[in-house]
Design a protein around this ligand. Structure first.
Ligand SMILES: Nc1ncnc2c1ncn2[C@@H]1O[C@H](COP(=O)(O)OP(=O)(O)O)[C@@H](O)[C@H]1O
Ligand SMILES: C=C(OP(=O)(O)O)C(=O)O
Ligand SMILES: [K+]
Ligand SMILES: [Mg+2]
Length: 479
């Protein structure tokens, strides 16, 4: 069975050459994430081009998600790339330091010195390293290591209890939005939004720069959890960004927030990505822990559209194995799990014609054994409605639009298919061609039942109004 939950993999130094990208694609990556917190704009442009070139070679569509850094404070770089901090040692965050060593490191946000005082606790690398502030002296924050460990280049710094003062979109983000538009990002992820206004501002800048992609609100601060409904109203997708979120609201609060916001996204017909530390131990080990497998499985059961890999694929030793571990976990869970939220779409008042068609399609899959759904779509909206209905049957989004094929890579249960069509085509011929295409792909066989959704006129967005139940290979309906 084809996997319904999508896999997002962050690209970095461990996943930048053609061989690794090819293996990631073969292992089943659906969307790549370019993390603008690391690397240069040129690196990201090159990676996006390489991924698209390799995706074409594999006959696949792969989405590109550009993730802005946001107002996150980060440490600078180390001469040796990383150091090892031991409990009890002194360590200095120094705004004038350009190359770090065992005693000190730079910070990206000089104002940090006025934001912290003696007694503050600083959490580095999503809370892995804990520093206690002893004194602030000029441009130096003198700390004592409370919890040590490995500290490498550009790791984030949070203050325990949250409270960042910087605005959501930094000057770097504004420049990176232009790069994201130039590399035709299919998704733009905004870090640390507090409100709908932050998302509106990012969208305005992205559209002004010519960006066509959808917007992802990263839920990673307490204010965003409180403002979740207004943020969902103006975003196509949310990310449960558990790294920073865990630091801000406490790790123990994350699982229930995750469940709540995935359910809300589903209810509002929005997409959701579950992110961070999903297969963390695979940075160093070829197999995941049981706890990590359970974490991925639970996100699938929560109904997330996608599960995400961060350092596992960006800088870890086993990027391909990490994708493979996610892939087998998702498939196994999907085989046994009941389809979540299935009846929600049928129970609630239906808003539009396309939503009604999606509900009818879902009902058909519950009553008959349907092998696949072929959805003709221009903008992807029919595919989104069908995906929100969450049938157990694969949904093939048939579209001539390359942007749409790349966008639906994130939609749970939806698989993009390149399908040329135009408004003068005869609908009967078009549907027959769809049947042949799915048969050619092995998605259906002669004798199977399949559903087709289509609108009139063919090739115009938003017009889906027809649901057809077809027996594959049956010549009588072929007109
Ligand atoms: N483009 C990149 N270049 C270098 N290192 C990267 C890149 N992307 C990710 N990484 C590494 O992987 C780690 C985890 O990835 P991610 O979650 O994307 O970043 P972070 O947690 O730092 O925001 C990063 O801290 C960094 O060490
Ligand atoms: C995905 C996240 O954001 P980033 O990796 O950019 O810090 C997170 O905080 O979980
Ligand atoms: K980021
Ligand atoms: Mg974050």
């Amino acid at each position: 069975m084809i996997r319904r939950t999508k896999i997002v993999a962050t690209l970095g130094p461990a996943s930048s050459d053609v061989q690794v990208i090819d293996r990631l694609i073969e292992a089943g990556v659906d969307v790549v994430r370019l993390n603008f917190s690391h690397g240069s704009p040129e690196d990201h442009v090159q990676r996006a081009e390489m991924v698209r070139e390799r995706a074409r070679a594999h006959g696949r569509a792969i989405g590109v998600l550009a993730d802005l850094q946001g107002p996150k404070i980060r440490i600078g770089k180390f001469a040796d790339g990383k150091i090892h901090l031991k409990e009890g040692e002194p360590f200095i965050l120094d705004i004038h330091c350009s190359m770090g060593d065992q005693t000190r490191v730079g910070v990206t946000y000089p104002q940090l010195v006025s934001d912290v005082d003696r007694g503050a606790t600083l959490l580095l690398n999503d809370g892995m390293i804990v520093l206690w502030v002893e004194k602030v002296q000029g441009g130096e924050i003198h700390t004592r290591v409370v919890q040590g460990g490995e500290l490498s280049n550009s790791k984030g710094i949070n203050r325990a209890g949250g409270g960042l003062t910087a605005p959501t979109l930094t000057d770097k983000d504004r420049a990176d939005i232009i790069t994201a538009a130039q590399l035709e990002a299919d998704y733009l992820a905004v870090s640390f939004p507090r409100s709908a206004a932050d998302m509106d501002e990012a969208r305005r800048l992205f559209r002004e720069a010519g960006g066509h992609g959808a917007l992802v609100a990263k839920i990673e601060r307490a204010e965003a959890v409180d403002a979740i409904e207004e943020i969902l109203a103006v975003s196509e997708a949310i990310m449960v960004a558990r790294g920073d979120l865990g630091v801000e609201i406490g790790d123990a609060a994350v699982p229930t927030v995750q469940k709540r916001i995935i359910a809300l996204a589903q209810k509002h017909n929005r997409l959701s990505i579950t992110a961070t530390q999903m297969m963390e131990s695979m940075i160093h080990q070829p197999i995941p822990t049981r706890a990590e497998v359970s974490d991925v499985a639970n996100a699938v059961l929560d109904g997330t559209d996608a599960v995400m890999l961060s350092a596992e694929t960006a800088s870890g030793a086993y990027p391909v194995e990490a994708v493979a571990a996610m892939d087998r976990t998702c498939r196994e869970v999907e085989r046994h799990a009941p389809s979540t939220n299935t009846l929600q779409i049928i129970d609630r008042p239906l808003a539009g014609v396309d939503e009604t068609i999606a509900a009818a399609a879902l009902l058909a899959t519950l009553r008959s054994s349907i092998a696949a759904i072929a959805a003709f779509t221009e903008s992807g909206s029919t595919a989104l409605w069908l995906s929100r209905a969450n049938p157990k049957v694969p949904i093939y989004a048939l579209t001539p639009q390359v942007y749409t094929r790349r966008k639906v890579t994130l939609y749970r249960g939806v698989h993009p298919v390149n399908f040329p069509q135009n408004r003068h085509d005869d609908p009967v011929q078009v549907m027959r061609a769809a049947e042949d295409e799915l048969r050619r792909r092995g998605a259906v066989r002669d004798g199977d039942l399949m559903l087709i959704t289509i609108g009139e006129p063919i090739g115009s967005p938003g017009g889906t109004n027809t649901l057809k139940l077809v027996r594959v290979g049956d010549v009588t309906h072929r007109g």
